[in-house]
Design a protein around this ligand. Sequence first.
Ligand SMILES: [Zn+2]
Length: 477
Amino acid sequence: MRKIPQLFGDLTLAAGMLLMLSSAPVGAQAPAVDPTAALLSELIRINTSNPPGRTQALADLLAPRFRAAGFTVEIIPTPDSAKVHFIARLKGDGSRKPILLAAHSDVVGVEREKWSMDPFAGIIRDGHVYGRGAIDFKGGLAVFAMDALRLGERKVPLSRDVIFLAEADEEGAPMNTSWLAKDHWASMDAEFALNEGGWVIKNDDGRVRYVSISTADKSVIGITLTAKGTSTHSSMPLPDNAIASLGAAIGRIAAYESPVQLTAESRQFFRTLGATSTGEESRLFRQLVDGTPAEVMAADTVISRDPLLHAIMRNTIAPVLISGGFRSNVIPGSAEATLNLRVIPGTTSESMVALITGLVNDPRITVKSVGSSGPAGAPSSVATELYQALARESKAQWPTAEVTPYLFQAGTDAYAWRSRGIPVYGIYPYPITNDELRRMHGNDERVSVEGLQQGTEMIYRTLTSVAGKPSRRVSKK
Ligand SMILES: [Zn+2]
């Protein structure tokens, strides 16, 4: 990934946090541990790194708690040992279709030597829970589980079933929710669902700047490049060396920048950034949405220094695998590279193969699509009761924030529902800084205890509003 400065002054933030960490007295945190933070700490201690992505122990931890709160529990094994899906259902009166809370229980692995503490110890230090999955997505799993359990424990009368799903294999793939949906659709069918996705982004001063709720995900396309040449002795090189032509082709692809392509969600997202920033930054965001083509390009150049914003507004193309050759005195007859593309909804594999073929511009290289996540389904409407409740309760929880729909820059397990026409709204339901956002899938991943508390309150009110019987529903309209 490119090493470039961030737009939002993270260096000063990182320096400030170092100061805070080094000056905080040992053992100074609050004596009583917040229940969501305590649950998250427990979840982190169960190592569900994928591969192998074993989630059985996590399901075993949750099952008795959900049963005690009045849920029926299903643990669905997959053909892969100890990789299980956990589904718990709290019955409503059946007058409306269920609401579903989905959270993946597997996590990506770690580079252990780059962490400053054990990533699987669930350490709570200086007001933060540290560990793999703290943000993605055991933090969200803890918030959703805590809120679902509360509904049961408090015996809140429900007009619809509340389904809690801790999914396996989101970070892997074959046994994920799309696999689950094939034979277990009845257990996961709902009117709408909550999942991971958008962000609650806070500034350096702790003020929440915006809440983005994802209503669509980018989809994934895999493309391979296979270069052919003459295999021969390395002492007599020929001009058609497969590794050399493949390298040159990848260079041309890397030099290419996809044009800006704003979806309806992205337009609103960048308008929100414009409204919540000041000075030059604000001007650039507005220019990106409403400027002339030349102004859009100029704004893109600056805004795209932020890798997340760069990715949201275009199709991205990343070379991710390369192989060729088998010994040092042989020029191999072929070499192969794999590209990983994250594309705006509606982009076809065929169009991307045609684009790459044009960039490669070399008849010795074959360009082929090797699979895609498929059409992601229509973006989820912002007019549903669930989106409206989320937006309202986010604003109530973080009054300084602007709330906006969002195109998520990666793929999620929302596909299983969105592809069947069921709206899914994505949120990592706790305020994080841009620095913390970069720790996700990285090192020293963490989430603040205060953020977990706030997220737990916000999601609970959303649930009682959408699933509670009318007399219990919070009415603020
Ligand atoms: Zn995730």
